[in-house]
Design a protein around this ligand. Sequence first.
Ligand SMILES: Nc1ncnc2c1ncn2[C@@H]1O[C@H](COP(=O)(O)OP(=O)(O)OP(=O)(O)O)[C@@H](O)[C@H]1O
Ligand SMILES: [Mg+2]
Length: 312
Amino acid sequence: MSTMLEVSGLTHQYGRGERAHVAVRDLTFTIEAGQLACIVGPSGCGKSTLLRCISGLIPATGGSVRLHGDEVSGVPDDLAVVFQDYSRSLFPWLTVAKNVEFPLRWQQVSKADRRRRAAEVLESVGLAGVGKKYPWQLSGGMQQRVSIARALVSRPALLLMDEPFASVDAQTRGELEDLTRRVQRDLGSTILLVTHDIDESVYLADRVLVLSKSPAAIVADLTIDLPAERDQITTRESEQFVSLRGEVARLLQSPQVQRTGETAPETPAPAGSDAAHGAASADAADSATTDSAKAAAAEAVESPDETAASRS
Ligand SMILES: Nc1ncnc2c1ncn2[C@@H]1O[C@H](COP(=O)(O)OP(=O)(O)OP(=O)(O)O)[C@@H](O)[C@H]1O
Ligand SMILES: [Mg+2]
């Protein structure tokens, strides 16, 4: 397996002087090609900041991010992001098909191929036939499928997902989880997904990274060796699943996680139980593809406080 993502000593500080806030400090980890890794951690610990740095939407203030060996400085062409808030990340004035085609506008792809690829990817997320509708004519779950389709259309080397299913109902969430696993397996994608939901992290992932309170440090890196074929009912009932979810829950309540990263140990303590199969480790632009498009897309999706940060 080759290394897809290499995060080394990554630090991000918002603001300066008295207003300075270190959201992420000295994070180091790698993600192998074809892995689906989940990140869990307390609210505000720096998960979104980490994803924004990896995607090049904001610069790291220390350390580095490498995507298949190339240092990230700006949003890489072969990286895509799916955000939680689908209603703000899709363009309401474009049809579903045009939204999905959007990232291909800056690639050497003919109009006919753009249409074909958008139709294919819409079909793969279960939305064949809705290309002519507008996003606001679809349900929330369908809109998030469109976001996933748009992220996948440029065949990104790395897909980042920040709480992608947090705004949909439980049943849709399960469907989107299965969709993500299926698409990842079919396309061999590498995915790094942030979630608040412990069960979701275990159900989805090959690997779960548990972060401490802000500034985040990695306190555990668990290998999830559940069978590749997973099912919302039987997998979640299995002893192995229950044991793994218990392990993640215990870690999240542990003093290591609850203490801030300022004082977290340099080398995380081992996760401890049999269920922790991995050793503890040392740790929208969406899929827009040119700098100007990325900037425009990033502006369209960034949160008000990001806007404030970029002005500061
Ligand atoms: N634009 C910003 N300017 C200043 N501080 C920020 C900005 N964005 C985030 N922060 C701060 O950085 C810390 C980490 O925020 P971040 O959004 O990365 O956390 P998170 O782990 O994603 O939280 P959640 O689980 O609630 O989504 C928080 O204390 C937050 O207040
Ligand atoms: Mg967040």
